[in-house]
Design a protein around this ligand. Structure first.
Ligand code: GLN
Length: 260
């Protein structure tokens, strides 16, 4: 069976900083190495709603507030389609400003409010002043049993609970009671520098502050998204071929060594 995945890359020209585009490369390569054909479809202000609906996997990177304001205007036009896709289990990865987009609103440091998708019960406020910057490690629990365990080497699974990345944000995101964080902060700031939570998982969507990019050094996360997308599209259990992740593990460990 020849598998084909379409990755919808939300606003690549406006929402992609601190190496976020590396996530698209990681997803594409990890598919290609397994013989899965990938088409990357940029979702821009010109993209029609039916083109958006064709995406099997969504990705949105981070941005400065100025770009987020521009994107928010267009996103309102795509709100219903995008929300339905997320609610019906289209897998997606949303980084930083992308994570903020899943929530109710983002309040900028000057007090102006940017309305967001409202799919997740979270909101973000930027108090101004100190930005939360640095390498970060989080302990992720409960996500991996959903991943295809056969795709994960023993060595990787031993350390996979620790997801590493780089954060740089002014916004502090607070989660509603029912929202499940992606992980617990071991080192770094996380969603709001107060409650030690980082990111959120909702259905098959992951919101996180981790740039870096996150997927090349945490391949387990990339495979989780790929497996979910294939399972949803082809309505069958998917066993992804194991890849040699030794280089990826070195990158992962290099961040851990830096912040210990
Ligand atoms: N502009 C947002 C903030 O500073 C998002 C930043 C980002 O995506 N890195 O909170």
């Amino acid at each position: 069976m020849k598998y084909i995945l379409t990755i919808g890359w939300l606003y690549p020209d406006l929402m992609s900083i601190y190496g976020d585009r590396g996530n698209i490369i990681a997803l594409t390569k990890r598919c290609e190495w397994r013989g899965i054909h990938v088409e990357v479809k940029p979702i821009t202000v010109d993209t029609t709603l039916s083109e958006l609906r064709n995406a099997d996997l969504l990705f949105m990177g981070g941005a400065q507030d100025r770009q987020q304001t521009i994107v928010a205007k267009d996103l309102l036009k795509k709100k219903t389609v995008l929300s339905t896709m997320i609610e019906t289990g289209t897998p997606g990865l949303y980084i930083c400003g992308g994570f903020q987009f899943l929530g109710h609103y983002y309040k900028e440091a000057d007090g102006s409010i940017i309305e967001q998708l409202g799919v997740l019960d979270v909101y973000t406020e930027n108090p101004g002043g100190k930005r939360l910057i640095g390498n970060i490690a989080i302990e992720v629990d409960g996500l991996w049993p959903m991943a295809n365990s056969k795709t994960i080497s023993n060595k990787l699974s031993a350390i996979s609970q620790l997801v590493v990345g780089f954060e740089n944000h002014g916004g502090r995101t607070r989660l509603g009671k029912e929202v499940k964080p992606l992980g617990k902060v071991i080192k770094g700031y996380g969603s709001n520098a107060e409650d030690h939570t980082e990111g959120a998982v909702y259905k098959n969507s992951i919101g996180t502050y981790l740039h870096g990019p996150i997927l090349p050094k945490n391949p387990i996360l990339a495979d989780w998204l790929i497996a979910k997308a294939l399972e949803r599209k082809y309505k069958t259990a998917i066993t992804l071929k194991t890849l040699d992740d030794s280089i990826e593990l070195l990158a992962h460990d290099a961040i851990l060594k830096k912040i210990r």
